[in-house]
Write a protein that binds this ligand. Structure first.
Ligand code: SAM
Ligand code: FES
Length: 344
């Protein structure tokens, strides 16, 4: 309990202390102490509001081959799709009508969409919906590309660092990718004035409490406005098909720790968490999360954005997803709001 109290008081620990704290992630008293404090902080800054982001998964082509990912380029079994500019704009129109005020354009790293195309789509969305925030999540690019997207009107960028430990990073990614480039991207994005989201999977193959401690130290250094944390879930067409999924308990524990580490952070209760536990997203909110990211992509493409097995919400229309989430959020005492939901 000593370390939980220290984290609560100072919002930071040393690497050795984080490792020791993470060893206690199944201790119910410590979990309760941390989640109580996480909830106190989220209420202090965000009251009972939960922000929604309309996720548009516009391409599942990817030039990368991250070993854990179902849509990596090496997966010959993935059925590929790309959405046109018009289809993306239709998703925004539908989403705006449903009350979304943030759109997230996410995809594999797909060279089909040139920087000019992406900037054009961003510009059009921001012109049509000036009261909405636009988030990009399209992987590693040059600083110049990020600058172009920013000038076109992009507000935020999600790029999970995946792991801050070199050896662990090597286990999850092929030779042509590097942790240093991932970090370079995140620092470039910050410098350019984006609201930046980093993050990692919980329980990815090779992860230890030591690598998780590195993740927490990296988050403390980067000071991102958003942190995406969800369990690793195996995909049948990857080399990690037989690995165990991350645990609900450890994910919740880390959500609380991150809320305490970065009290004002925008922290989603992820779809992956909802996939490994039917009430995972509600539990995420009770552990300190304050964002949900329902899908706005056309139902015909949803199953194809197949990052991991048994992904939920792949058969429902956007309106159904929003209604379902509003009820879930309400069931744990929070309120889904129609706002951009910037970091305070
Ligand atoms: N290409 C962009 C990028 O690299 O940031 C965005 C798309 S990528 C599929 C989005 C996130 O999905 C990754 O950052 C990763 O953490 C997560 N992801 C991929 N495979 C996963 C798996 N098997 N289980 C859980 N999350 C996974
Ligand atoms: Fe590129 Fe997963 S390997 S999105």
């Amino acid at each position: 309990m000593k370390l939980a109290e220290k984290l609560i008081q100072y919002h930071t620990l040393t690497k050795a202390e984080y490792i020791e704290l993470l060893d206690e992630c199944e201790n119910p008293e410590i979990c309760k102490r941390l989640s109580d404090e996480a909830v106190r902080l989220r209420k202090k800054y965000y009251g009972d509001k939960v922000y929604t982001r309309g996720l548009i998964e516009f391409t599942n082509y990817c030039k990368n081959n991250c070993y854990y990912c179902g849509i990596r380029c090496g997966n010959q079994n993935a059925r590929r799709y790309r959405m046109s500019r018009e289809e993306i704009l239709d998703c925004c129109e539908n989403g705006y009508g449903l009350g979304f005020r943030t759109f997230v354009l996410q995809g594999g790293e797909d060279p089909f969409y040139t920087d000019e195309m992406v900037a054009g789509i961003v510009r059009e969305i921001k012109t049509k919906y000036p009261d909405c925030a636009l988030t990009l999540s399209i992987g590693e690019k040059s600083c110049e590309s990020y600058r172009l997207f920013k000038e076109a009107g992009a507000d935020r960028y999600l790029l999970r660092h995946e792991t801050a430990d070199e050896a662990h990073y090597r286990k999850l990614h092929p030779e042509n990718m590097s942790l240093s480039n991932r970090k370079r991207c995140l620092y470039d994005l910050k410098k350019l004035g984006y609201q930046v989201g980093a993050g990692f999977m919980v329980g990815s193959p090779g992860q230890t409490n030591e690598t998780l401690a590195e993740d927490l130290l990296f988050l403390a250094e980067l000071q991102p406005q958003m942190v995406g944390i969800g369990p690793f879930i195996p995909h049948h067409d990857t080399q990690f098909a037989k690995e165990k999924a991350g645990s609900v308990e450890q994910t919740l524990f880390l959500l609380s720790v991150v809320r305490i580490l970065l009290p004002k952070v925008l922290l989603p209760a992820t779809t992956a968490l909802g996939t490994i536990d039917p009430r995972g997203r509600e539990k995420g909110l009770l552990a300190g999360a304050n964002v949900v990211m329902p899908n706005l992509s056309p139902v015909k493409n949803r199953k194809q954005y197949d990052l991991y097995d048994n992904k939920i919400c792949t058969g429902e229309e956007a309106a159904e997803c929003r209604g379902c989430l509003a009820r879930r959020v309400g069931s744990v005492g929070y309120r889904l709001v129609q706002e951009r939901g910037d970091a305070v």
